[in-house]
Write a protein of this length. Structure first.
Length: 121
């Protein structure tokens, strides 16, 4: 069952903010929303020679914790499996440096606060 449209729009908006932020930090976009049976990777980017798989989490507030805290061990396993699928489907060398980052975004009436964790897991 698909999430409600408003939730999808909020998610896409967060991904766009994260992409702009990471691009400003020098990363280059490779792919968006890579979907497979194993799961979905929000952004796939390059940081120099490193291929970076980015999970984006956006929240309205931190009443229930930071967006970064919501990336559970189960979610991490799904992201790793989806990244393995991407690497295999694109025939990327096993020598390619890989990294998993998480971008947490808190957006409220005053604006957005973005936190980027490199090598998150």
């Amino acid at each position: 069952m698909a999430p409600p449209l408003s939730r999808l729009l909020i998610g896409r908006s967060g991904e766009q903010s994260a992409e702009r932020y990471l691009s400003a930090q020098g990363l280059r976009l490779v792919a968006r929303n890579h979907r497979c049976v194993q799961g979905e990777i929000d952004l796939i980017m390059r940081d120099g020679e490193t291929l970076v798989f980015v999970e984006v989490r956006r929240r309205k507030n931190t009443n229930y914790g930071s967006p970064l805290e919501t990336v559970s061990a189960t979610k991490q396993r799904k992201l790793i499996a989806a990244a393995q699928h991407f690497v295999a489907s694109q025939k990327i060398s096993s020598r390619q440096a890989l990294r998993f980052d998480v971008v947490g975004i808190v957006s409220d009436s005053t604006g957005e606060a973005i936190e980027w964790v490199q090598n998150a897991f």
